[in-house]
Structure formats: C-alpha cells, structure tokens
Design a protein around this ligand. Structure first.
Ligand SMILES: Nc1nc2c(ncn2[C@@H]2O[C@H](COP(=O)(O)OP(=O)(O)OP(=O)(O)O)[C@@H](O)[C@H]2O)c(=O)[nH]1
Ligand SMILES: [Mg+2]
Length: 360
C-alpha cells in the first residue's frame, strides 16, 4: 500500500468520491518494493527535499485547511503555490486543467480528495520510460554537458563510483581541458571511485581526449565511458561546436556503443535551469537530465517543470554531496517525499524505519 493510500485509509471517511479515485486513478506505486538498491535511499531523498517539501506542504496545508469548497479562489491559490515551488506557468496550467478534469470526472465536491489527485497528476507528468536506463547495461559512452558550476564533474565521480560498485568496468575522460583544476578535480574523483582516467594537459583539444578515451574503452573492454566537458569557453558558439565535435568522434570511432548525452542542471537555479536545457536541446540531442543540488533549495518543483515542458526525462537527481546522494529519479518516490505533509510526516518516518529494518 502506497503512502497516500495509507494516509487516505487512516484519515478519510468512507466517502463515495474517495472510493472512486482509488478505483479509477492509478495507485501510487509501492515504495517498499523497489525503494532502492541502497540502504537509506528513501531517507536521503526525503531529507534532500526538505526545503521544497516544507514550503510546499505548509502552503498546501493552508489552502486545504482554509477552503471547504472547490471554488475559483481555491484554484487561484493552488496556482500561486505551484508557481512559487517553481513548477512554472505552463506546467502549473497543465496540472490545474488536469485536476479540474478529474474533479469533474469523479464528481468530487470537496477539497480533501484533491490532495491525492494533485500528487498523482504531478507524478504522471514525470513518468520515466522503463527503457530510460537500458544504456547502463550496454557498452555506453556518456557525454556529460552543462554550463559551469552545475555539478558535471561531481556527478561523473558519483556515477563512476556507483557503476563500479555494481560491477561495471568504468573509464573517465577529462574532456574539460579549459582549466587545469578541472582535470585535477576529476583525477581525485577517479581515484576515490577506483576507476581509470584518460587525461591530457590543460589547453589540449578535448576532442582528442575523447578520441583517446574511446580507443582505450574499446581496447580495455570498458562498459561505461564517462566524458566530462567544459561548462565555460570563450563563447557559446565555441562550446556548442566543441560538444558537437566530441559527439561526432564518439559516433564515428565507436558506432557500436550507445552515446548517452546527459545535461546537468542546477536545481537551485529554478527556471534558469529550464532555460539552459532549452538552449542546449536546440543544438544537441539530449537523452536525459541530471538535476543536482535539490537539497539546497525550495525550488525542487523544477524537476516537474523540466520534464513536462521539455519532454526530456530527468534520469538522476542530486540531493546532497555524498556519492549515494546522486540517485536514479523515481517519480513516485519524488512525489511521496515532496508531498508528505504534516499529517503524513509520521508515515514517512515509518517508511524510513521499515527501510532501515530491511537493510540492517
Ligand atoms: N549540495 C549539493 N552540492 C552539489 C551537488 N552536485 C554538485 N554539487 C556541488 O556543486 C559544486 C560544483 O560542482 P562541479 O561538479 O565542480 O560542477 P561542474 O559543472 O563540473 O563545474 P565546472 O567544471 O566549473 O563547469 C561543487 O562544490 C559540488 O560539490 C548536489 O547534488 N548537492
Ligand atoms: Mg567540472
């Protein structure tokens, strides 16, 4: 039984509309079943999303406690709260239209059942296809792109460590040759993760580094090659040309490998992150998004906006600084962690306890 189903069972009277929702709306997936393959996974997510959850829950509680009727005022206030959580105008509009449609369909007259509807709608906006992570099981070259400071290098370090732990043969390419410090930072991560790295001098051609790394990956039977890239060059055109050149080399030199281009976005920059993703998607095909720094921000709703507006899946999220804090994105868990309001917080803690017991 999912968190929201539990809450409903405990808290809501047996009203007709509530029953109808349970029957016709897809139930929230069981978090207990696939909560993680790592201990503390859900706890990290809940803790990482604290700021966003607090802001969202407080505002939502106020709205839900302050209204008994589904009138315009209720919807207007809801709109304001969703926009404040950085879901963006377009996504908020889409969510509210969907909510109104479902309210009509299920003949709902009261505000309370809307809470679950709302979380279901947001979850549905972000569903990731089952095939989204197939690349992890193939020979893959991952090109990690994004503007400076968003978390490319650290995400590569964290992913390398996680893949290695799962038995993959991993290689890293230091494709950010713009600064010597960038190469050193990546070397430190490679050491920490216990994987090999291909690097050249500062100022060398990044495409040449990628070329060498691809040859090494083929020769050493590497499963996953992770390529770092520069976030800042002399101008935007340079940067985009360089990324295109790297991708051409990968495709030409290693056509049998899958090329996975992931853009890293800093979640704490809210709508700016969305704009960056838009700009990059105009010049290169994006397979997915790594959304970092959700732990430091109340703008966690941006994950929903990005996915809904760009139609590019968020594949990993960063909810802290440790290696385990970079997680595969699971919309069900994300929504449960995000929407756990005061009334159900004890149940969130219960889930964490259950998780602890499973892994101890
Ligand atoms: N709190 C938090 N910090 C993060 C997360 N991901 C990255 N960071 C921090 O963000 C800072 C920048 O990360 P980098 O990996 O160096 O970013 P980059 O995109 O490689 O930056 P450039 O190489 O300058 O383009 C570092 O201090 C990281 O520790 C996250 O999920 N949460
Ligand atoms: Mg970097």
């Amino acid at each position: 039984m999912g968190l929201f189903d539990k809450r409903k069972k405990n808290m809501e009277p047996e009203e007709e509309p509530a029953k109808e929702i349970q029957q016709s709306d897809a139930p929230v997936q069981e978090p207990e079943e696939e909560k993680s393959n790592e201990p503390g996974f859900f706890k990290r997510l809940v803790s990482g999303l604290t700021k966003t959850r607090k802001q969202l829950s407080e505002s939502l509680n106020q709205i839900f406690h302050g209204h008994s009727e589904l009138d315009d005022e209720f919807y207007d206030e809801l709109e304001e709260v969703l926009i404040m959580a950085d879901l963006g105008l377009e996504t908020t509009d889409r969510i509210l239209s969907d909510l109104k449609r479902r309210v009509k369909e299920y003949k709902i007259k009261e505000v309370d059942p809307c809470r679950e509807l709302l979380s279901n709608i947001i979850r549905d906006q972000m569903m990731v296809e089952d095939s989204a992570y197939d690349f992890e099981e193939q020979k893959t070259v991952m090109l990690i792109i994004g503007v400076n400071g968003v978390g490319k290098t650290t995400s590569i370090g964290k992913l390398a460590a996680q893949y290695k732990k799962r038995g993959k043969k991993v290689l890293i390419a230091a494709g950010d040759t713009f600064r010597a410090a960038a190469i050193d930072q990546l070397k430190t991560w490679a050491e920490r993760a216990g994987v090999e790295i291909i690097a050249q001098q500062e100022g060398s051609d990044p495409a040449a580094v990628v070329y060498d790394a691809v040859q090494a990956a083929k020769a050493r039977n590497v499963d996953i090659l992770l390529c770092d890239t520069a976030g800042r060059l002399h101008n935007k055109k340079n940067l985009m040309d360089e990324l295109a050149k790297m991708r051409r080399i990968i495709e030409k030199e290693y056509p049998e490998a899958h090329c996975e281009t992931l853009i890293v976005l800093d979640g704490s920059t809210g709508q700016n992150a969305l704009e960056q993703a838009r700009q990059f998607s105009e010049v290169t095909d994006l397979n997915g998004i790594i959304l970092t720094k959700l732990d430091g921000t109340a703008k966690g709703g941006i994950a929903t906006a990005i996915q809904a507006e760009l139609d590019v899946p968020v594949k990993y999220i960063g909810v802290g600084e440790t290696i385990e804090d970079l997680q595969r994105f699971d919309p069900t868990h994300y929504v449960e962690a995000l929407f756990a309001d005061f009334e159900v917080r004890s149940e969130v803690e219960m889930l964490i306890e259950e998780e602890k017991e499973t892994w101890q």
